[in-house]
Design a binder for this molecule. Structure first.
Ligand code: BGC
Length: 443
């Protein structure tokens, strides 16, 4: 990678601040049925006609299963402190429970060892949306037994890799369960809101039942479009559904009265057993927050059930991809967990990034640089004001498989050469490398 030409920002981040990049198993690994891997709900879903863009499944994705040395080389080139990745549950346990798949274990051993040799800290997510299909066939996340299945899987992962991996997170964005079980937009493609809320509750129960140390939630703060009571109420509802459902039980002592009343009224309040709330509230060592932007809520144009972003609003500052550029979102998310939930412990920004827009140059991605710089500046400001924010993981290392959008959204610092699978740096990769190097030099 030859020198970057962009001016780099050196926000006043704490000296020990960690820079990293993030990916997830299904989005990069490919090899969906290789060497004994069992199918996951995403394999089934993406093979179902009409579910993902262009009907292209993630069978190959970035083929990291075969090309992980290229990923490791890119990570070294960037000089990141940490790499956030997830394990494919069904690569390790093809049936979801029971016998381990030795080839899967060996794959993750090689990746983890390669990271450690490069001085890069593995930061491992146990669940990034790819439930083993065998467990979906037994009822999936809405089945309370999932807490036990997950605890067994977590314990096995800990036994296998815990000697080398010191930072774990249990779940990535459990709100994806709503999309998968109520809206049908993600795997497993069910449309049962009651089952979905139970799945979300069970997922938090699974989180609390493991011996793990962090959890990753996504925060899309709602901004009412006007001060009309309809906009304000819809904004509250969006936050309740989107992140407060999880934060209320994790850090707030239980579901809020407002949430409980509404979910009872619409018949989706989950079955909660006596000890559930105590289990879910088991102490965590850090909170992971994924922050991309905010949602401006306009009750006249927005569907409260899908929270599709409302129409472009006046004063908006839009990226080429159509999303609002609102880097202050990260500052507001940090403020919210402190002020509303009293969380003053460590926070990692575990994801932040943007997909290229339709006019983007595949390699000269100035907009991504501006976007990331803006978020880093707001993180630095929060840190200067006392937030214990310890790291930033850019989404994503690679142009990878973007779920239902398949390959139509590209978030990477590196694009993938379709013939050779070479990881080709974009300008943002060079810029990020320089930001990291400067920060390291200033330590
Ligand atoms: C998810 C990633 C996804 C990214 C971009 C996050 O919500 O954790 O898997 O690719 O957003 O949409």
């Amino acid at each position: 990678m030859t020198g970057g030409t962009f001016e780099t920002t050196s926000p006043a981040l704490p000296p020990a601040f960690e820079f990293g990049v993030a990916t997830s198993a299904y989005q990069i690994e490919g090899a969906w049925n290789t060497d004994g891997k069992g199918p996951s709900i995403w394999d089934t879903f993406s093979h179902t006609p009409g579910k993902v863009a262009g009907d292209i499944p993630g069978d190959v994705a970035c083929d990291s299963y075969h090309h992980y040395p290229l990923d490791l080389a890119a990570l070294r080139e960037l000089g990141v402190d940490g790499y956030r990745m997830s394990l494919s549950w069904s690569r390790l346990l093809p049936e979801g429970a029971g016998a381990l798949n030795p080839a899967g274990v060996s794959y993750y051993d090689r990746v983890i060892d390669g990271l450690l040799e490069a001085g890069i800290r593995p930061n491992i997510t146990l669940y990034h949306w790819d439930l083993p299909q065998a467990l979906e066939d037994r009822g999936g996340w809405p089945n309370r037994d999932v807490a036990e299945w997950f605890a067994d899987y977590a314990a096995k992962a800990g036994e296998l890799f815990g000697d080398r991996v010191t930072r774990w997170s249990t779940l990535n964005e459990p709100i994806a369960l709503w999309v998968g079980y109520a809206l049908g937009g993600f795997a497993p493609g069910r449309t049962d809101p009651r089952a979905a809320r139970q799945a979300m509750h069970n997922a938090m129960l699974a989180h609390g039942s493991g011996s793990e140390i962090g959890i990753v939630l996504d925060v899309w703060k709602r901004q009412p479009y006007s001060d009309s009571s309809a906009d304000v109420a819809l904004a509250q509802r969006g936050e309740d559904d989107g992140h407060r459902f999880f934060l209320d039980t994790l850090l707030g002592g239980g579901y809020s009265a407002r949430l409980e009343t509404r979910l009872h009224a619409d018949g989706t309040f989950p079955e909660v057993h006596d000890d559930d709330l105590a289990t879910i509230a088991a102490p965590i060592d850090y909170l992971g927050l994924n922050v991309y932007s905010r949602v401006v809520v306009n009750s006249k144009t927005q569907d409260p059930n899908t929270w599709a972003p409302s129409d472009p609003h006046p004063g908006g500052n839009f990226l080429d991809n159509g999303a609002e550029y609102y880097p202050r979102a990260v500052y507001e998310a940090l403020e919210m967990v402190r002020d509303d939930y009293g969380w003053i412990g460590p926070v990692f920004i575990t994801e932040n990034g943007m997909p290229d827009g339709p006019h983007a140059d595949p390699e000269h991605d100035e907009e991504r640089i501006r976007y990331v710089r803006g978020f880093l500046e707001w993180i630095a400001r929060a840190a200067a004001e006392g937030a214990d924010v310890r790291g930033y993981y850019l989404w994503s290392l690679l142009d990878n498989y973007e779920w239902s959008a398949a390959f139509t959204q590209r978030f990477g610092l590196y694009r993938i050469d379709p013939e050779t699978f070479a990881r080709v740096p974009k300008d943002s990769a060079r810029w990020y490398r320089d930001v990291i190097a400067r920060h390291r030099a200033a330590r």
